[in-house]
Design a protein around this ligand. Structure first.
Ligand SMILES: NC(=O)c1ccc[n+]([C@@H]2O[C@H](COP(=O)([O-])OP(=O)(O)OC[C@H]3O[C@@H](n4cnc5c(N)ncnc54)[C@H](OP(=O)(O)O)[C@@H]3O)[C@@H](O)[C@H]2O)c1
Length: 306
């Protein structure tokens, strides 16, 4: 297949592109920094900037079967000031709009648009288990996800299959939340964020990339799709298992008030959790390689992986 991947330079995007290339797909990455894209093992990848996609749409998208959109400024890299919040929204909503507009301009439409979203859609944990049928929650992330998904869903009017992948905490050794969490653990200063009972819905990056591939060939699904492992754990359990995989203790709790001082509103994302279930993909028969946290973390940090 020919696939356009926006945000293919990021943590998830890099894994997705590698996986797609290994499976003989031809990739075009859309990037703001087309000169600085990380090299992949195969050369079967073209890189274009957003302007080229806009101005030379027919040329860039000729024969393209699918669009995957992973673009967006990092959610947890800075305090959520009002200008930061605006950037977080614009970098998702505007990029999605540009992709859907590009789809609208081409004569032969792609079959499917797979658009990233987040489990932040469901708001904060209130003890309820959330499936794709659950309503939108409250708060900044929930509103952001709704606007983001709304833009993606406009491609349905163009008769394109649209899947909004509500991604949980992605576990990989080379990016995402784990790359930040593992440093204090390695320094014997790791521990759970208070209160410790909040739920973490996570997915191994390898399962997420496999899921993206699987979705490309699953015409029966549309709309929101939860991308989380079937086993959800508490923050305490998560940190204990991470400590075990890194051969370090998980003993130094991070107090809520300290995080709040440091991160402001963003700290809510860490101190409250969500219990999300991958209802749709399980029902449709997706098979996880890492359904269990212990296995997932061992594969990333265990002896065999180092
Ligand atoms: N990682 C997770 O645990 C997780 C969980 C839930 C949802 N998600 C969502 O999944 C998507 C991919 O996540 P990721 O972890 O791979 O993120 P990432 O590593 O930060 O990569 C995102 C990509 O978006 C592009 N980007 C960054 N700032 C941008 C801006 N201001 N305007 C337009 N594009 C911008 C960048 O590509 P260029 O520099 O090449 O333009 C970057 O490579 C994100 O939208 C994220 O919100 C991730």
């Amino acid at each position: 297949m020919k696939i356009i991947v926006a945000g293919g330079t990021g943590f998830i995007g890099h894994h997705v592109c590698q996986h797609l290339i290994q499976n003989q797909h031809h990739i075009t990455v859309v990037s703001r920094n087309s000169g600085q894209v990380r090299t992949h093992s195969s050369q079967d990848m073209t890189i274009v900037d957003w302007e080229t996609l806009t101005k030379k749409t027919e040329q860039t998208t000729e024969g393209v079967d699918a669009f995957i959109n992973l673009a967006g400024a990092p959610i947890a890299d800075a305090r959520w000031t009002s200008s930061r919040k605006q950037l977080l929204v614009d970098s998702r909503v505007e990029t999605t709009r540009r992709l859907v507009e590009a789809i609208g301009r081409v004569s032969v439409k792609p079959r499917v648009l797979i658009n990233a979203s987040g489990i932040g859609f469901y708001g904060i944990d209130d003890g309820v288990t959330m499936s794709e049928a659950s309503p939108r929650g409250e708060g900044f992330l929930a509103e952001l996800c709704e606007k983001w998904e709304y833009e993606a869903h406009r491609a349905m009017e163009l008769e394109v299959q649209v899947l909004c992948v509500r991604i949980g905490m992605v576990l990989g050794s080379d990016g995402g939340a784990l790359s930040k969490m593992k440093t204090p653990f390695k320094l014997f200063a790791g521990g759970p964020v208070s209160p410790g009972t909040q739920k973490i819905s996570w997915i191994h990056v390898h399962d997420l990339t496999r899921l993206m591939m699987w979705l490309l060939d699953t015409p029966n699904l549309s709309g929101p799709v939860n991308a989380v492992a079937p086993q959800c754990v508490s923050m305490n359990e998560f940190c204990k298992t991470l400590g075990h995989a890194l051969h370090r203790p998980s003993w130094m709790p991070v107090p809520k008030f300290a995080l709040n001082l440091l991160l402001g509103e963003l700290s809510e994302m860490l101190t409250t959790g969500q219990h999300v279930v991958p209802h749709k993909i399980m029902q449709e028969g997706f098979h996880f390689m890492y359904p269990n946290l212990e296995q997932a973390l061992q594969s990333l940090f265990g002896e065999k992986s180092s």
